[in-house]
Design a protein around this ligand. Structure first.
Ligand code: MG
Length: 294
């Protein structure tokens, strides 16, 4: 099932994408327009959500007629993020001279976890305000994001995969200047609007095995990033276990799994985003984030 949040006729709605690619409004069935609450009750609602997309008389809405929002426009708390989780990206980051930990080796021994505030989330077609990074160091990072579906701490007896609700895309937009100046990620990556998400949230049963998926990023049509999810250094179950062994996971939590090689910082000189650029993050099973820099 592909779920969306969207704005239409002065209200936020939740929808399911039908087999023609149109949106079926399920706000009434879910009795909420908050995706977090739908995830809470998904097991109970799933049958009715599926049925409403298959009826011949369903009222379908073209996605062109609405403003798509991030599938979870406001997460319950910060988005969990992973640093340096593809070998080639770890190397390009070390070579850039940006990383004070590079001397200890390019590839981390354990997952590097940080977070982006929920207020950084923006929609799949939203414009990105580059004035919020006055240092002209705005960079892109295409990432597969895992959305969790249940509450709990992950023990050795648990299957981490059982925590997964579904998958979406994010662009972990970053002010490289602030990332370096403050020796930490929060300020450089937490800026308002610097986390485009979507366009859809694909449930785990429909998405299948993430390892066979490819993620791409283009800037003004030029391919900058292209990688197989199978190339992750730390797998998705490892990330869920690493975070969830000491922190109670919540339904609707998002884990951005890291970005592959090809970010602007990796070029000499760096090729950062500038006003008028169009950055597109895509994956066949999820669709495209298309964000213009203003
Ligand atoms: Mg990142």
């Amino acid at each position: 099932m592909k779920l969306v949040s969207y704005y239409y006729q002065d209200n936020t709605h939740i929808g399911v994408i039908d087999h023609d690619g149109n949106i079926i409004d399920v706000t009434e069935i879910a009795q909420t327009n908050d995706m977090n609450l739908l995830i809470d009750r998904f097991a109970e609602l799933k049958g009715r959500l599926t049925d409403c997309c298959e009826g011949a008389n369903r009222a379908a809405l073209s996605p062109q007629k609405v403003r798509l929002l991030a599938p979870i426009p406001m997460t319950r708390r910060n988005i969990f993020c992973v640093g340096k989780n593809y070998y080639a990206h770890a190397q390009e980051f070390a070579s850039s001279g940006y990383d004070s930990s590079a001397a200890a080796g390019n590839v981390p021994a354990h997952p590097i976890i940080f977070s982006k505030p929920a207020t950084s989330i923006s929609g799949p077609d939203d414009a990105i305000d580059s004035r919020l990074d006055p240092h002209n160091s705005l960079d892109y990072e295409a990432e597969l994001a895992v959305v969790l579906g249940k509450r709990g701490r992950v023990t050795d007896q648990d299957d981490p995969l059982s925590y997964i609700f579904g998958y979406t895309l994010i662009n972990d937009l970053t002010s490289r200047f602030l990332q370096k100046q403050h020796s930490q990620w929060l300020l450089g990556k937490g800026i308002d609007g610097f986390c485009p998400m979507g366009p859809v949230l694909v449930t785990a049963d429909e998405f299948g095995e993430p390892g066979r998926q490819e993620i791409r990023c283009t800037v003004n049509g030029e391919l900058r990033q292209q990688a197989q999810i199978a190339d992750l250094i730390f797998t998705i179950p490892t990330l869920i276990k690493t975070i969830g062994q000491n922190i109670t996971l919540l339904p609707g939590d998002v884990i951005a799994t890291g970005t592959p090689a090809g970010v602007g910082l990796g070029f000499t000189p760096p090729r950062y985003l500038k006003k008028g650029d169009k950055v597109v993050v895509s994956m066949n099973e999820i669709g495209q984030l298309v964000n213009t820099i203003i």
